[in-house]
Design a binder for this molecule. Structure first.
Ligand SMILES: [Zn+2]
Length: 409
């Protein structure tokens, strides 16, 4: 075997395991006693986990915080500020910043990412060119899908529709959307229809920003679920954010969550950003501004979590560590019981892998050897401490090694 990992524990049972890897695949898995490998690494009692996924990020505008500053802290101001500068961002600058964000993510064991790329009449295909360059530059380290994201609307911006079609010929893999960027729910329905026209033509998955607002008027999640069933796209559609859910009444939430389940939509909640940017107009009690995670999980809906933004006008913080994102999701969604914590640990792993329809994901014989060795004895410890990712392994090769040293004097 080319690589043997010794002295690790299972990411599910936390029982001792050794993992043998050959040709990028896991070829043996035992409690102990695997024969010697060409290369051997010591997990030092840590978790051997399938690597993380970030299912919702924006590479092109990472690390531009401070210029300009979002004074109100709201989403509308962030979109307005971004619209003013997106055309002028040089490709080299997009590549430099996006690369920095990406390397942080890989260092924390993220080996798959979905990045939404603004496609509209202002930016044209300019931003897509930049992130496509990042994708090809790091294709040996991380698998990136690009989502064509019409942040300024489609029904009210016919020019953006042309660019959406063109983006699918120029590197976009997934059809995005933002129906609540339209004037009203009728236009939101048209927006979703256009996205499905494009997805049908290219046999592409769909991944939209949905109802990213506190305004309970918006319920384009229901339109998306209905359309998904009508088109037979079940299991291929993701809805990100879904913040308005926290403002709906319970009867409405129950009705729409049942439809989400029927359509097999995947939900990506972006707790760090939404906790910061939503609820700005509320007096106490303030709404939490995120999807109803517990109710979705109780209904059997697949929920994962995303970083969304890194230090920009949408969000001043972020580390690109999916354990941090999951930890913040646990706080925002009241996930504290042992089974809830187990689900939280799975969000940026198995749940996100299901959303991406990833095959051969996990730690079993025959799985792809895309792994992260986490310096923790359990999922709860991994979330609580967000410790070193001792080894990040892609296609059976160690690509990053981390060991923090603390010195006491
Ligand atoms: Zn987003």
């Amino acid at each position: 075997m080319e690589l043997v990992i010794r002295n690790g524990i299972s990411d599910i049972t936390y029982e001792p395991i050794e993992v043998g890897i050959q040709n990028g695949k896991i070829v043996s898995l035992e409690r102990d006693g695997l024969p010697a490998g060409d290369q051997e690494i010591d997990a030092a009692g840590g978790i051997i986990s399938p690597a993380f996924l970030d299912p919702h990020f924006h590479l092109e505008n990472a690390l531009i915080w401070g210029n300009p500053i979002n004074q109100s802290g709201t989403l509308p101001e962030a979109i307005e500020l971004y619209a003013k500068i997106k055309r002028q961002m040089p490709i080299g600058d997009i590549v430099a910043r996006g690369s920095q964000a990406l390397l942080l993510a890989i260092g924390y064991g993220t080996l798959w990412m979905r990045s939404h790329v603004d496609i509209d009449q202002i930016g044209g295909l300019h931003l897509l060119e930049g992130v496509a360059e990042i994708r090809s530059r790091y294709s040996n380290l991380i698998d990136i899908q690009l989502i064509a994201f019409p942040q300024l609307g489609l029904a009210r911006n016919p020019a953006a529709v042309d660019y959406m079609w063109q983006s699918m010929e120029n590197g976009a893999d997934v059809v995005g959307g933002m129906p609540h960027a339209e004037r009203d729910m009728d236009d939101a329905a048209r927006h979703i229809e256009i996205a499905f026209e494009i997805a049908r033509k290219y046999n592409a998955d769909i991944d939209m920003h949905i109802d990213e607002t506190d305004d309970p008027y918006w319920h384009s999640l229901e339109l998306l679920a209905d359309k998904t069933v009508e088109e037979g796209w079940q299991g291929r559609v993701t809805a990100g954010h879904c913040c308005a859910m926290s403002a709906w009444d319970n009867a409405m939430a129950e009705r729409i969550i049942a439809k989400v389940k029927k359509a097999d939509l995947h939900i990506v909640t972006n707790a760090p950003v939404n906790l910061m940017i939503q609820g700005r107009g509320d007096h106490q009690p303030r709404r939490r501004g995120i999807a109803r995670v517990k109710e979705l999980l109780d209904a059997g809906v697949n929920v994962s979590c995303g970083q969304d933004d890194l230090q920009n006008m949408f969000y001043p913080f972020g580390s690109m560590d999916m354990l941090e994102v999951a930890m913040m999701t646990a706080h925002a969604a009241h996930l504290s019981a042992p089974e809830d914590i187990c689900t939280t640990f799975n969000m940026p792993r198995y749940n996100a892998a299901r959303g991406r329809r990833l095959q051969n994901y996990g730690v079993y014989v025959g799985a792809d050897a895309n792994l992260v060795v986490i310096d923790a004895k359990s999922g709860i410890e991994a979330l609580r401490r967000q410790p070193d990712r001792r080894y990040v392994i892609r296609n059976g090769k160690v690509v990053v090694e981390t060991q923090t040293i603390q010195k006491w004097h």
